[in-house]
Design a protein around this ligand. Structure first.
Ligand SMILES: [Ca+2]
Ligand SMILES: [Ca+2]
Length: 325
């Protein structure tokens, strides 16, 4: 359970203020080098190939970015509103699914053992040298996983010695992926993570929509919100909440990792916030199905969310990839 972690960290800090644990916050850990995956192959990764082929083009141009200061749903952490010139790019139509992310795991040089559903995967299922890549809680806490398969909210497990989505959850959004795990997936597919401003431009449009679908207040018909923890739904289940270009679940369902370090607006691409080698919190966008049912959490400009340590996976954070045109 993720909510226990801050408490655990506090206990450790208070008991051993001079230990290395006190001096290095997990969120500041630089991302590691993960093992090299086999080259992307559409024949063995058909779900990821389909997602990639259906990416949606977002026009380049000057986009409004950041929170207006005179709006009922204004957010100080997203001020000031400014304009950013954005080159045309493509972005996934939906969040990446468990089936798609499992295809990436099976391209890694790691052979899991046995059969266990996501959440029950443990040291017996993973070769010892790869525990740190897949297990957040089993054995010692990992410094930086790809995905937390031992977290109770994980929906990818092991079936007959292969990584596999939990049956029935193939088309649900991937959960418990770390920031670097999300980046590694997108790179394997020949893509990348969207920058924070690309994500915002795709959700907001050049005219500056308040919500991805427009100005109407969020409802459960427009967005996957107000659900119990673990109760995800298949990606793209709220077509009425699509953007004009057809992007789905840009508000609600999962929060989505971006490439960008959490630094104040105005956005600057050249000040280090896009350096993938740096530690620090990465921005997640779009609200999520458990915690973010309030309208101010689902605006296209909101960039303030708790629990986004990039080194561990989270039940409420998923991903979608971007690429050049
Ligand atoms: Ca989302
Ligand atoms: Ca986790």
């Amino acid at each position: 359970m993720r909510p226990l972690r801050p408490f655990t960290a506090l206990v450790l800090l208070s008991l051993s203020p001079l230990s290395s644990a006190a001096q290095t916050s997990p969120a500041s850990t630089p991302p590691p080098q993960f093992p090299q995956a086999a080259p992307f192959d559409a024949r063995t990764a058909p779900e990821s190939a389909r997602q990639h082929a259906q990416m949606i083009r977002i026009p380049g141009g000057s986009y409004p970015i950041g929170s207006p200061d005179n709006h009922p749903l204004a957010n100080r952490a997203a001020m000031p509103m400014h304009r950013v010139a954005i080159a045309p790019f493509r972005i996934d139509r939906t969040e990446v699914t468990n089936a798609q992310f499992a295809e990436f795991l099976n391209a890694l040089p790691v052979k899991p053992r046995g059969t266990e559903p996501g959440g029950n995967v443990g040291p017996r299922n993973i070769p010892p040298e790869a525990h740190r890549l897949f297990l957040e809680f089993s054995s010692r806490p990992s410094p930086y996983t790809i995905v937390d398969l031992d977290d109770e909210e994980a929906l990818i497990g092991v079936i007959d010695g292969r990584f596999a989505p939990n049956p029935g959850f193939e088309n649900h959004p991937a959960t418990e992926t770390t920031w670097a795990g999300a980046l590694a997936y997108c790179r394997w597919r020949g893509a990348r993570l969207p920058t924070e401003v690309e994500w915002e431009a795709a959700a907001r449009g050049p005219q500056g929509r308040t919500f991805p679908w427009g100005e109407a207040q969020p409802t459960t018909e427009l967005a996957v919100i107000n659900r119990k923890s673990g109760d995800t739904v298949p990606v793209g289940s709220r077509p009425r909440g699509a953007t004009p270009e057809g992007l789905l679940d840009m508000a609600g369902s999962m929060l989505e990792w971006t490439s960008t370090l959490d630094r104040p607006y105005p956005y600057r691409a050249d000040d280090g916030r896009e350096d993938p080698a740096l530690g620090g919190e990465r921005v997640v966008r779009g609200g999520n199905y458990v915690f973010d049912d309030a309208p101010e959490r689902l605006t296209t400009w909101n960039r303030t969310f708790a629990w986004r340590n990039p080194a561990t996976g989270h039940r409420q954070i998923g991903l979608r990839c971007a690429a050049g045109v």
